[in-house]
Design a protein around this ligand. Structure first.
Ligand code: PLP
Length: 430
């Protein structure tokens, strides 16, 4: 495998060389949202300049919009390993989609049924289920994690999933701890009792190859702004379920997949950007990809043809991304471990995780650290980043949570080293 060419990667992000008062930016805020690749930006601008229209008409821009929509559904199918673009639902973001689907799933449930959520999830995969449980008088069971290993606690998994469980909502990669969870195993356990699994892949998909067929889950959600595209969310759903569930939609809207779940007018420019981001990622796979950023007018769109070349390119791209990020992540972890008074959370090495590392300092609060880093134009997040149960479980709720450092494949060793130097100075002299 040829490694990623970091200079070429960085040259594809317009924001990478931006300086503020002559100081370069170090983007370590990636779990909160990555930088947007030029291909995504260009596709959005191009759409708005040349193709802007509502869909479903006979005229050129509308037909091209239809083709774009078909193509981006297929591109997301390639990204997550789905069999068909019409199993992909677009929405404003992962949170809104999850609230909306939880309503439809709720129509299949009866009072007394059980829903399983976890203490490692971002609240976007917790609150929709808690509110559904409240509405329908369902029982909620929680999967806990072990603060020592940052992994789901086996005993609590066994206890939470029962014969009455109907939905198991789990986290693929933690936005706070970086832990990658065995969602295939959790799905198998859900299926063994006749439950559906809803996997939050928002933090996994930007870093590692996503494969819904290998996981075997029923739903998987992600967000384009976490994988180098615009602010937009998408969910893959198992076809039989998407056909069976009742969508919350207006009467004249199409009842076909995927449109029955895509309520109102979508962000077409966002879809153009998401397509651009996926084409960028496929481009990291190193082989030419037969995809199109600007679909031209042609026959009516079909949603059922993902592109095997693009999927193959994405498979290669994620091998490269994974290798590059693992090295950087280990450097970050080793560096943080060597700073006196810094405590790390999450898995102890770069294995079994995404490159998101959380820590606290004995001397400074997470907010003080984040502010100190911002003064050096180093961007990081502090607090709970909506992983409120994680922070509570770790006993950090009253003390400002944790500092979160999140790498992406465009970060460099120099980014990590500069960050570590500043943290060391802040923590030892600060
Ligand atoms: C793990 C995880 N799930 C869900 C979300 C929410 O995603 P969205 O902003 O698309 O609703 C986030 C956002 O940070 C996240 O990190």
């Amino acid at each position: 495998m040829t490694p990623l060419d970091i200079a070429s990667v960085r040259s594809q992000f317009p924001s990478m060389d931006v300086r503020d008062d002559g100081v370069r930016r170090i983007y370590l805020d990636n779990p909160g949202g990555t930088q947007v690749c030029g291909q995504a930006v260009d596709a959005m601008v191009s759409y708005l300049r040349h193709m802007n229209a509502n869909d479903g008409g006979y005229f050129m821009t509308s037909r091209r919009t239809d083709l774009l929509k078909a193509e981006v559904h297929n591109a997301v199918a390639d990204l997550v390993g789905a069999a068909s673009g019409d199993e992909i639902l677009f929405g404003q973001n992962m949170t809104s989609l999850t609230f909306s689907l939880s309503r439809s799933l709720g129509r299949e449930l009866d009072p007394g049924d059980e829903i399983v959520v976890t203490r490692m999830d971002h609240d976007a995969n917790v609150s929709p289920w808690l509110m559904l449980a409240d509405d329908l008088r369902l029982t909620v069971r929680w999967i806990d994690f072990d603060p020592e290993t940052s992994r789901y606690d086996e005993k609590s998994v066994e206890e939470a999933i029962t014969e009455r469980t109907r939905i198991v909502a789990v986290n693929y990669a933690s936005n706070a701890l970086g832990t990658v969870n065995d969602v295939a195993d959790l799905t198998a356990r859900a299926h063994a009792v006749g439950a559906w699994s809803y996997v939050d892949s928002v933090q996994f998909t930007p870093h590692l190859l996503t494969d819904v067929q290998a996981i075997g889950c029923d739903f998987l959600a992600c967000s384009a702004y976490k994988f180098f595209g615009p602010h937009q969310g998408m969910v893959w759903g198992r076809r039989e379920l998407l056909e069976r569930l009742v969508p919350y939609k207006v009467r004249p809207a199409s009842d076909d997949l995927p449109w029955r779940f895509e309520t109102g007018t979508m962000s077409h420019e966002g879809m153009a950007g998401t397509l651009g981001a996926i084409e960028y990622l496929a481009g990291l796979g190193g082989e030419p990809v037969a995809g199109q950023n600007e679909p031209v007018a042609g026959p009516p769109p079909t949603h059922s043809v993902p592109n095997p070349d693009r999927r193959a390119a994405l498979v290669r791209a994620f091998e490269r991304i994974e290798a590059a990020e693992a090295l950087l992540c280990q450097r970050l972890i080793d560096g943080l471990k060597s700073i006196q008074g810094v405590r790390l959370y999450g898995p102890p090495s770069s294995r079994g995780r995404v490159p998101t590392v959380a820590c606290t300092s004995e001397r400074l609060s997470p907010a003080e650290l984040a502010r100190g880093l911002a003064e050096h134009n180093i961007f990081v997040w502090d607090g709970d980043y909506y992983a409120m149960e994680v922070v509570k479980r770790l006993g950090l709720a009253g003390s400002g949570g944790m500092l979160r450092v999140g790498l992406a494949h465009y970060n460099t060793e120099a980014d990590v080293d500069t960050f570590l130097d500043v943290v060391e100075k802040l923590c030892t002299t600060g």
